[in-house]
Design a protein around this ligand. Structure first.
Ligand code: SF4
Length: 383
């Protein structure tokens, strides 16, 4: 039987969690198992603090327990009292400002981003789209015709990333409908899906009708890509590996992105093993994202100094052909590759992507402040 634990008053004050004076839950409150202990919370408190809906698949729970890494991986899906910390914001990359049609963003000239759904198979506690996921958001694509008209009017766009939420919680029929509106454009040369379902629900990819979906993309003369989201080698199940292998034999290309997360994977040996495993499966490590200052998820951030030490440690452990990732800060101003901390105590960076093409590739620096986790923590302007 679960017991309700009272949080020490110092902690409740600091984290804005109302103290629980009785072991009985308050009216209309629900008991939630935070990593620090079970706690009664009302729906209003969850909403006021933008706490993401709680959901973990049975498959993922079993996988992380059996992986031997439960004490690290539980932080990915289990809520923490630290989520009541109100620092940070809910749109760290300026997605709202780059939305051109509801559910469609166009930040960089070549890439369109379609938010296909606000649902995921399970919810990551650090999600930078927590303003959307698990909610009934009006930021997801509703009018595909309107999106198609926008894409048709932008011949500079060469690829569309279908994301969300997780597009693979949608039916294959809905995914086909999305393709109906993208495949006719000859200027699109690839369709990419961003998904964590290979970690949370890899059985989804055993659906034989998905083969037709990817084949349609290829038959339209475009590359079909999937960007997996493995943060830790313990998330890579035998099912995931088998299904990736099967799709690769059908010509689907794979990349992986990870987020650098305190207490989860802030360890060069673990990330080197994760990237090595991805490489072995034919999944190219692509981005290692610096954790964003997301409201209620800033506790996942690792300092930029520590991040660079970890990246160096990863590179020391990988062969040349495995070092295919970039350490990236997905900032409001663009995707910034974090390069090095100089002997002059300045952090050196360069734009990997920027709305202004002349800024791409240009190295810039800022004075480093100890414990800084984000560009905005460093003094100076521009880049
Ligand atoms: S699967 Fe992706 S979109 Fe969904 S909660 Fe996790 S990070 Fe966010």
């Amino acid at each position: 039987m679960k017991t309700t634990r009272t949080i020490p008053s110092k902690m409740t004050k600091q984290l804005n969690v109302a103290p629980l004076t009785s072991s009985e839950p308050r009216l209309s409150s629900k008991i939630i198992n935070f990593v620090e202990g079970a706690r009664a919370i009302t729906p209003g408190e969850l909403e006021a603090n933008n706490i993401t809906r709680y959901r973990v698949t049975k498959f993922y729970r079993e996988q992380i327990v059996n992986s031997g890494y439960y004490n690290q991986l539980k932080f990915i899906v289990e809520p923490s009292f630290e989520e009541f910390d109100g620092t940070g914001n809910l749109d760290t990359s300026g997605e709202h400002d780059n939305t051109v049609v509801p559910g469609f963003q166009h930040k960089y000239a070549q890439t369109g981003l379609l938010l296909a759904t606000d649902r995921c198979a399970a919810y990551c506690r650090y999600c930078f789209r927590k303003r959307i996921v698990g909610k009934d958001s009006d930021e997801v694509a509703a009018d595909l015709g309107q999106i198609a008209r926008y894409v048709g009017n932008h011949p500079e766009m060469s690829n569309v990333l279908i994301s969300g939420g997780d597009p693979f919680v949608l039916s294959t029929r809905r995914l086909h409908e999305i393709l109906d509106h993208l495949l006719p454009f000859p200027h699109l040369n690839s369709i990419r899906f961003g998904t964590k379902a290979f970690a949370y629900a890899p059985k989804r990819f055993e659906d034989p009708t998905l083969m037709t979906l990817f084949r349609r993309i290829q038959d339209a003369g475009k590359a079909a890509l999937i960007v997996t989201h493995f943060d830790h080698v313990g998330e890579i199940s035998a099912n995931a590996e088998r299904n990736i292998c099967s799709l690769r034999t059908q010509g689907v290309e794979f990349l992986n992105q990870s987020v650098l997360l305190a207490k989860v994977n802030d360890d060069p040996a673990i990330l080197a093993e994760t990237f090595g495993k991805c490489h072995q499966m034919g999944v190219r490590p692509y981005y290692l994202f610096q954790g964003r200052p997301v409201k209620g998820a800033s506790h996942f951030q690792v300092s930029l100094r520590r991040g660079l030490e970890i990246v160096q440690g990863i590179n020391q452990r990988l062969s040349g052909i495995q070092k295919t990732f970039k350490y990236i800060m997905s900032h409001y101003t663009g995707k910034i590759e974090i390069l090095d901390l100089g002997a002059d105590d300045r952090l050196y960076m360069r734009y990997h992507q920027n709305k202004a093409p002349e800024k791409i590739g240009k190295i810039f620096s800022r004075p480093y402040i100890e414990s800084a986790c984000w560009l905005d923590d460093l003094p100076g302007v521009g880049g």
